[in-house]
Ligand binder design. Structure first.
Ligand SMILES: Cc1ncc(COP(=O)(O)O)c(C=O)c1O
Length: 475
């Protein structure tokens, strides 16, 4: 076929075009999903043959039938397994524009507005966390990349003080996200460089534990160059005491990073932001808009208190990043080609404003506290800890010992995922006990849904316990 035929594939999406009809068709299917998840009854085949050429209508039909139909429907109130809220409509609109524009948020020549918009959303986020005018930052693909970059910047500073890698260690709690482990490994520090401070049975740090751990490391001749406070632990959304991390980091001349990938939401609520007060004194903060700001993936942010804190990320090249160009979005960034995702964040902030975000965040946290309270009043459920954000960790308890309870909760979570129409929960382990985990950030969720969730878990857990031979009396 001649190139003429293929030029058709780049036609504009006019309102009357057949492509727009396809878009309507697919979005109609996405927004029409009625269950949290429909598990396919048999294997779905995605194999690409050597000759794949197919008319657009056929591709669209296949995506609807094979992908959309079996997707996790994160708009459904019962889809509460992960930090995965439904994207706002304005963000989805942003995605379409970003795709059509296809600007590369790397150099000014490829995306003139990208640097300005990225700078503006970063400034907005910095103001929310209480950083001053000197603050800076960058958008990333999420918390993993933000944590890696923060660790790299902290390490660069430590090396300026001539510490050798074998001396160096990072202090964080045992609830810190595993991306920190990845960062430590990628930076060549070795797994042993990450010192995980033990938390209590509720996954909370004891007062003074961070300082004690740092003193112990220093006593053994190691330099704690990075302190990572997790603000919104992955397991239970708990907020760790940032004051202690900041003070201890200052004592040792180390870098204090707050991993608020999830907990950044607190800064959006006048009712809850007091818990984030000390973050303004940290060196850096990770905050993922894709977790708590109703923006579709993949939008994270690394915020830095001091303008030049990201200097170690500045590199130049002859073909692109020249030294005299300051309007390059990728000027101080590790990644090269990047989507213009700043645009959808900018659009979503413009749409919700601070008051809209306050309402959304308060809704999720209020619901979580109400759900935890309701569960704690049931004698067959146990709640790990009072929620600080919008995550509730809980477990069904048969009272037949930890081993049986662990198996029952593990199987219950798996089984609910396999049943169409049932609540989607995740599961995790804290101090050897398996917990079910619900993230309540969905604006469509209401207190009236709790009875259904509890009944579904109780029903399934009862069946699993019976399957294990654990009757009410226990053997
Ligand atoms: C506290 C925390 N930090 C970092 C991350 C990693 O974020 P991402 O998956 O966006 O890279 C997560 C993910 O759940 C998290 O909970």
């Amino acid at each position: 076929m001649s190139i003429e035929n293929y030029r058709e594939s780049f036609r504009p999406l006019h309102s009357s075009s057949v492509e727009v009809a396809h878009l309507h068709e697919l979005l109609g299917q996405v927004y029409g999903l009625s269950a949290p998840l429909t598990t396919p009854s048999e294997h779905v085949d995605f194999e690409l043959s050597d000759e794949n050429s197919a008319p657009l209508a056929e591709v669209v039909e296949e995506v609807g039938r094979k992908v959309v139909r079996y997707a996790v429907n994160n708009r459904h109130p019962l889809a509460m397994a992960h930090m995965h809220p439904p994207p706002s409509t304005v963000s989805v609109l942003g995605d379409a524009v970003i795709g059509a524009l296809n600007q590369c948020a790397f150099i000014w020549e490829e995306a003139p507005a990208a640097a300005l918009i990225e700078r503006e959303v970063v400034r907005w986020l910095c103001r929310r966390v209480g950083f001053g005018e000197q603050a800076t930052g960058l958008l990333t693909s999420g918390g993993t990349m933000s944590n890696l970059l923060a660790a790299y910047l902290a390490l660069t500073r430590a090396r300026e003080h001539s510490h050798v890698p074998s001396d160096l260690c990072v202090i964080a709690s045992d609830q810190a996200h595993f991306s920190l482990q990845k960062a430590v490994s990628l930076l060549g520090l070795g797994q042993g460089a990450l010192v995980r401070v033990e938390t209590d049975a509720q996954g909370r740090l004891l007062p003074g534990a961070v300082r004690e751990a740092a003193l112990r490391q220093a006593g053994a001749g190691r330099f704690p160059f990075l302190f990572v406070c997790t603000a919104g632990t992955t397991n239970a959304g708990s907020i760790e005491p940032s004051e202690e991390f900041v003070e201890t980091a200052a004592l040792f001349g180390g870098w204090c990073h707050v991993d608020a990938a999830h907990g950044g939401m607190l800064c959006l609520s006048p009712r809850h932001r007091a818990a984030a007060e000390a973050w303004r004194t940290a060196d850096s903060i990770s905050w993922d808009p894709h977790k708590s700001m109703y923006v579709s993936y993949a939008v994270g942010a690394l915020l830095l208190r001091d303008r030049d804190a990201d200097a170690a990320l500045e590199f130049h090249s002859e073909y692109a990043l020249k030294d005299d160009e300051c309007l390059d979005a990728g000027n101080r960034h590790f990644e090269g080609s990047r989507r213009f995702d700043a645009l959808k964040l900018w659009m979503t902030i413009r749409h919700f404003g601070t008051s809209g975000y306050a309402a959304l965040v308060d809704h999720g946290i209020d619901l979580s506290r109400a759900f935890a309270l309701k569960l704690s009043r049931c004698n067959d459920f146990e709640v790990l800890t009072d929620p600080d954000t919008n995550i509730v960790c809980f477990r069904y308890r048969r009272g037949c010992g930890d081993e049986v309870d662990n198996r029952v909760n593990t199987e219950t979570q798996r089984s609910l995922f396999r049943m169409t129409g049932r609540p989607l929960l995740s599961s995790t382990k804290v101090r050897g006990s398996v917990y079910l985990r619900a993230v309540l950030g969905n604006p469509f969720l209401a207190e009236k849904d709790f009875d259904h969730v509890i009944a579904a878990v109780r029903d399934e857990a009862g069946k699993q316990a019976a399957g294990l031979g654990a009757n009410r009396e226990c053997p």
